[in-house]
Write a protein that binds this ligand. Sequence first.
Ligand code: N5H
Length: 245
Amino acid sequence: MGVANERSIAWGIARALDREGARLVFTIRSPRRRKNIEALLTGLTRQDALVIELDVERDEAIDGLAAFLQKEGVTVHGLVHSVALARPEELAGEFIATGREGFRLAHEVSVYSLVAVSRALRPLMPDGGSIVTLTYLGSERVVPNYNVMGVAKAALEASVRYLAYDLGKDGIRVNAISAGPIRTVSARGVSGFSAILKVIEERAPLRRNITLEDVAGVAVFLLSDLSRAVTGEVIHVDAGYHVMG
Ligand code: N5H
């Protein structure tokens, strides 16, 4: 979930999973995106990917996704949740100005979607599985302008822990990757993004920014059996930036 274009974190993960031989199912928010994603898919090794419309704000769409996969006889082994949304006006200025509707939208699309989709896919994961979502340091620290998304990411990380508890008895693990800043559509239009990247390059222990491949490597680890005893965890893939005071 969450491939918008070739720079999307979800796409970096998809490419890595394809290399490992996984069969992939992509969800798109609206039919307008189908052409874009189908063009990307031609670059994959496996040509049996499915593309399904899923507007996470609609319960019927989430139920529809599960019903469709059931009908196709698909067994799910992993889920990558890489979607978030906030109104642009809430991602600048003071957090205290966040409106009721902006607060609801950010939490519904960025947090509740993980809960709802995990619940819908649970019956399709009879062999157990691994669920991975994407978060950002703004959940733990105040990062100016991240605002309501920081609060939503904190709720997302807490949801990871509660989901890990619920789904652990079914052999389903739930973890988050806290990725350092990457230039994606999500970061588009963020004023001062280059300055943020420059600070990471200077201050992070590894003195560099991170790439889609850096995130994808950890995602493959979390989706694989190598991480079989890891659940409820938030792994930072940020060149170590989060350890700095
Ligand atoms: C501190 C920062 C920079 C300031 C905050 C950026 C927050 C970005 C996250 C949200 C999810 C982006 C967002 O909702 C953008 C929308 O308002 C408008 N864009 C869209 O609707 C486009 C068309 C679609 C494709 O985007 C989405 N999301 O559907 C944080 C940065 C240093 C790190 C960062 C960029 C974090 C993050 O959460 O993405």
